[in-house]
Design a protein around this ligand. Structure first.
Ligand code: C2E
Ligand code: CA
Ligand code: CA
Ligand code: CA
Length: 281
């Protein structure tokens, strides 16, 4: 047994070492990715549950190293955060997403009420230049602050609540909208609803998965929708994949939905095709 324990230990060490060198390799490739223009954005529509109209788009980062397959953000974002690379990468995302939306507004392809939602990492929130970067990007791209929505997660807030709450109040004062992402997956969700100047609450996909399942699980989802309405928050259900889920959310007056059932995240060119198709009926 002792011998086996030792072997297991060696196995784990080898595994850990492999993981560590994999992320060092990723980190090295990430360092050059911006310069090599290996990033691009996909956009996923958020629609009004009743009318089916697009009310916003979420920008989702994609990375395709030269001549290789796409690497999932679930894999490279944590590495970029750890290495501090998420700050310049996140700035690129903001600039790209804001200028894209402004072009769609100007061409009349989208109504000016349609917003762009951009994910923000805690490393960006902690960075001293965030507010001036945001001001600069809005000025450069011509987007109004109210047309930009920043998505933050509870886990991001939890890392340094005092600092983050302060920054979020400054962002709110600029007129930029704030959205709490993956709602319900953190530890003190309800507390943050009281503390943060939020416009939007995004119900985590795991709750949407509960639809059609146990009564108790569904009751939690209903309560989140009800609570958001009473707090005057716009509620977005994430990860809607079926008609059954859509019907349930519509029955319980969930304001808006996002998910594969409506549209997968698409390239800018494919979003344009979708918008032209909608326009032409
Ligand atoms: P997230 O912010 O929760 O984004 C939603 C994720 O769910 C996206 O995965 C999206 O493609 C996926 N999704 C949307 N609808 C459905 C559905 O109906 N079913 C299922 N199964 N999945 C759906 P993606 O694009 O792989 O992004 C993963 C995560 O990476 C994001 O989760 C976010 O945390 C992070 N991320 C993506 N882009 C950025 C970025 O620009 N900055 C930062 N800091 N994080 C980002
Ligand atoms: Ca998000
Ligand atoms: Ca989410
Ligand atoms: Ca997530």
């Amino acid at each position: 047994a002792k011998e086996q324990g030792r072997n297991n230990f060696q196995f784990y060490t080898a595994e850990l070492q492999q993981q560590a060198s994999k992320s060092i390799e990723l980190e090295n490739r990430l360092r050059h990715a911006l310069q090599r223009k290996e990033f691009f954005l996909h956009y996923q529509p958020q629609v009004d549950t009743n009318s089916g109209q697009i009310i916003g788009l979420e920008a989702l980062l994609r990375w395709q190293p030269d001549g290789q397959a796409l690497i999932s953000p679930e894999e490279f974002i944590p590495v970029a955060e750890e290495a501090g690379l998420i700050v310049p990468i996140g700035e690129w995302v903001l600039r790209e997403a804001c200028s894209q939306l402004h072009r769609w507004h100007r061409s009349g392809l989208l109504s000016p009420t349609v917003k762009m939602a951009v994910n923000l990492s805690v490393r960006q929130l902690e960075h001293t230049s965030l507010l001036s970067t945001l001001t600069q990007i809005l000025q450069e791209t011509g987007l109004k602050p109210s047309q930009l929505e920043l998505e933050i997660t509870e886990t991001a807030v939890m890392k340094d609540p005092d600092l983050v709450v302060n920054i979020l109040h400054s962002i709110h004062a600029m007129g930029i909208q704030l959205s709490l992402d993956d709602f319900g997956t953190g530890y003190s969700s309800l507390r943050y609803l009281k503390l943060l100047p939020l416009h939007v609450l995004k119900i985590d996909r795991s709750f949407i998965n509960d639809i059609g399942g146990k009564q108790r699980d569904q009751a939690i989802l209903e309560s989140i929708i009800y609570l958001s309405r009473n707090l005057d928050l716009t509620v977005v259900a994430e990860g809607v994949e079926t008609q059954e889920q859509l019907d349930f959310l519509s029955r319980f007056n969930c304001h808006s939905i996002q998910g594969y059932y409506i549209s997968k995240p698409k390239s800018a060119a494919n979003i344009e095709k979708l918008l032209h198709k909608n326009k032409d009926g």
